[in-house]
Design a protein around this ligand. Structure first.
Ligand SMILES: [Mg+2]
Length: 183
């Protein structure tokens, strides 16, 4: 498969993960989400989930959506406590873009790959791994701390990935851009 196709998200959200709604998942015939953790659900230096995030997870749990966390992070303490507070299954040390732990997640979720989306903030790990496995892929904006005045190195890497991908023809036009109406 051409590299551009492997890096092209099916959906560029243009905002944080919490903008994903059950209606949107239905629109794309999705029955399961594999969720990246660091900077997709929780900012880098945080280990506690926000109320907004746990409300969003609860909303999804009330819909027929199967959920699993798959992180490249090796910290059982960090990822385990986040998963526990959301009451979700999780897999660590995924080494995305490796497909291995994503396949394991699919087995646990018991949903066909064609109805599952890989959701993450990074192209060269989350989107690439999802596309390699033939999943629907959703690129989200990173979850950052409130009042964050400077961007850390992960944002620099993320922006570099986007610049490189744009050069080879990946499109980043947000299909769902939820600009706040009061802005
Ligand atoms: Mg991430």
């Amino acid at each position: 498969m051409m590299l551009v196709k492997l890096l092209q998200p099916n959906l560029v959200l243009g905002g944080p993960v919490t903008l994903i709604t059950p209606d949107m998942l239905e629109q794309y015939y999705l029955k399961g989400l594999i969720l990246d953790v660091d900077e997709t659900l929780v900012p880098w230096h945080h280990s506690e989930v926000s109320e907004q995030l746990s409300d969003w997870i609860e909303q999804l749990k009330n819909s027929p959506i199967s959920l699993c966390l798959v992180s490249n992070n090796l910290s059982h303490e960090r990822i385990g406590s986040i998963a526990k507070s959301l009451d979700l299954p999780y897999l660590l040390g995924a080494g995305k873009p490796s497909r291995r732990k994503l396949k394991k997640a699919l087995e646990q979720m018991n949903v066909p790959a064609s109805s599952v989306a890989m959701v993450g903030d990074r192209l060269f790990t989350d989107v690439l791994a999802g596309n390699r496995l033939g999943l629907f892929t959703i690129l989200v904006e990173p979850m950052v701390e409130d009042n964050q005045t400077h961007k850390n190195w992960t944002h620099w890497v993320r922006n570099l990935e986007i610049r490189i991908s744009r050069l080879i023809g990946v499109s980043f036009k947000p299909q769902h851009n939820f600009t706040q109406v009061d802005k």
